[in-house]
Write a protein that binds this ligand. Structure first.
Ligand code: NAD
Length: 246
């Protein structure tokens, strides 16, 4: 059966994406780091809708855990879609307060984790290695364009690196049956902002969005799933801004 892996799939944009991928007919692997109960709930939701899913634990910042996760996936079917969705940010601060430890933690998940997941996915999807091809979608951020001054330049820089990964990898694997694209969400109503110390952030910045509002997880999931689908069969190296016109 064709598999789709969503990293950080237990809540927010990842959860919405997992639900849509299941509706599209994939058996969905819901990766989670710590939230086993939430991941199990997403699996149950998918199964209640007649879909197929399972939860798979791994901290994507840990290479050995990522390798083990992909080996576990191999027992469930053929990987055709990878959504690099897991991402973190920390409390807002100016550059004077940034520590090396914080920068390294942000990059370990958002950049290194996404890289390692791409590597493992390419090994399995590549038609040059006997695979059936596939699609990778990297969840970046509008921050990659704005740089998020006075908030989290570390997070913004990590998303800029993800965009460069999307561009470079898309060209490297273009003849191997693998498309690599990305989505840059604007402010979306998820729990990530509460984790970053400002639960009301989306409402605060909404007035600066041309459409005058924040987005919903499903509005990002739709773009991700379109890029992963056959409808986008001639699209690679593209990063869609889903940010209300920002
Ligand atoms: P979220 O915090 O609700 O979801 C992120 C998920 O990733 C969580 O389940 C978290 O546990 C998981 N995760 C974090 N680090 C992990 C790791 N090392 N290994 C495995 N899982 C890990 O946030 P969200 O808003 O749904 O964010 C999803 C993606 O969208 C992120 O990459 C984020 O940067 C991006 N994004 C979000 C917004 C927004 O406004 N919410 C805007 C732009 C981009």
């Amino acid at each position: 059966m064709d598999l789709a892996l969503v990293t950080g799939g237990s809540r927010g944009i990842g959860r919405a994406t997992a639900l849509l991928l299941a509706q599209a007919g994939y058996r969905v692997a819901i990766n989670y780091r710590q939230r086993a109960a939430e991941a199990a709930q997403v699996v149950a939701e998918i199964e209640a809708q007649g879909g197929s899913a399972f939860a798979v634990q791994a901290d994507i910042a840990e290479e050995a855990q990522v390798v083990r996760m992909f080996e576990e996936l191999d027992r469930h079917g053929t990987l055709r879609v990878l959504v690099n969705n897991a991402g973190i940010l920390f409390t807002q601060c100016r550059v004077e307060a940034l520590t090396a430890e914080r920068i390294q933690r942000v990059f370990a998940t958002n950049v290194t984790g996404s890289f390692i997941c791409c590597r493992e996915a390419v090994k399995r999807m590549s038609t040059q290695h006997g695979g059936q091809g596939g699609a990778i979608v990297n969840v970046s951020s509008a921050a990659a364009r704005t740089g998020s001054p006075n908030e989290y330049v570390d997070y913004a820089a990590s998303k800029g690196a993800m965009d460069t990964l999307t561009k470079g990898l898309s060209l490297e694997v273009a003849t191997q049956g693998i498309r690599v694209n990305g989505v840059r969400p604007g402010p979306i109503y998820t729990d990530m902002h509460a984790d970053g110390g400002e639960p009301g952030r989306v409402d605060r910045v909404a007035s600066g969005i041309p459409m005058g509002r924040g987005g919903q997880p499903d509005e990002i999931a739709q773009a991700i799933v379109w890029l992963a689908s056959e409808a986008a069969s001639y699209v690679t190296g593209t990063i869609i801004d889903a940010a209300g016109g920002r």
